[in-house]
Design a protein. Structure first.
Length: 228
């Protein structure tokens, strides 16, 4: 399989996974809350694969950065998830008492119960599709193209925060506007389209940078001129 095919398959999977929310908007009655919460779930998935990338790239040296990332990113996602639920009113049904687990594990457990109770039709299928999409990128690009050889745990640890800053701020801002306008269908479709376009741009930028880094590392050194 060619290098181009390795790059195109995960990108195709990413686009197809992002089309499921569009189907939900058009045919299953999804509202803006369903979209924004689904994209929050994707952030958690990205965090999980970031841990795997860090472990593959850094091995034993990555253990401390991984523990730090799990704590810091976990707290970040738990607080972010509560904010998303309150902003969108996605989960308004009372749930069982808090799990009692230490934060952020307890926060994730409570968020999961609320999301599962309020999830619209095929929401879990959309979550699974995003999981498969990011898994394909991890296996085909990070492992298959050996991107791990040119990555460090510290670089990988920063990547999810950049993604949230670029993508989720735009999505949440757009979602807030859509909600204020009563979730008209056209704006919901536009929001999904914006997410797909930004995902494509971020995907290409990320893996193109990895390919350039690998090429610069593997360029042969010019042989010194020999005296006559």
């Amino acid at each position: 399989m060619s290098e181009r095919s390795f790059l195109d398959l995960p990108l195709l999977g990413l686009v197809l996974a992002n089309l499921l929310p569009l189907f939900g908007v058009l045919y299953l009655g999804w509202d803006v809350g369903s979209l924004v919460v689904l994209y929050w779930v994707e952030n958690v998935i990205v965090g999980g694969f970031t841990v795997l990338r860090m472990l593959v790239a850094g091995r034993l040296r990555a253990l401390f950065p991984v523990l730090f990332f799990c704590l810091h990113y976990g707290i970040f996602c738990a607080i972010h998830g509560q904010f998303v639920l309150q902003l969108t009113g996605f989960a308004q049904t009372p749930v069982a008492p808090p799990s009692g687990l230490p934060f952020p594990l307890g926060g994730f457990a409570d968020l999961a119960r609320q999301i599962l109770q309020a999830a619209p039709p095929d929401f879990l299928r959309a979550c699974l599709a995003l999981l498969v999409s990011h898994g394909a990128s991890f296996l085909l690009l990070f492992i298959g193209r050996q991107e791990y050889r040119h990555a460090s745990a510290n670089q990988l640890m920063a990547a999810p925060y950049k993604r949230v800053a670029l993508l989720h701020i735009a999505v949440i801002a757009g979602g807030f506007l859509v909600q204020r306008m009563g979730s008209p269908l056209g704006l919901l479709v536009a929001l999904v389209t914006l997410k797909i376009v930004m995902d494509i741009l971020l995907h290409r930028r990320s893996h193109a940078a990895a390919a350039r880094h690998a090429a610069s590392r593997e360029e042969p050194q010019a042989a010194p001129d020999r005296p006559a």
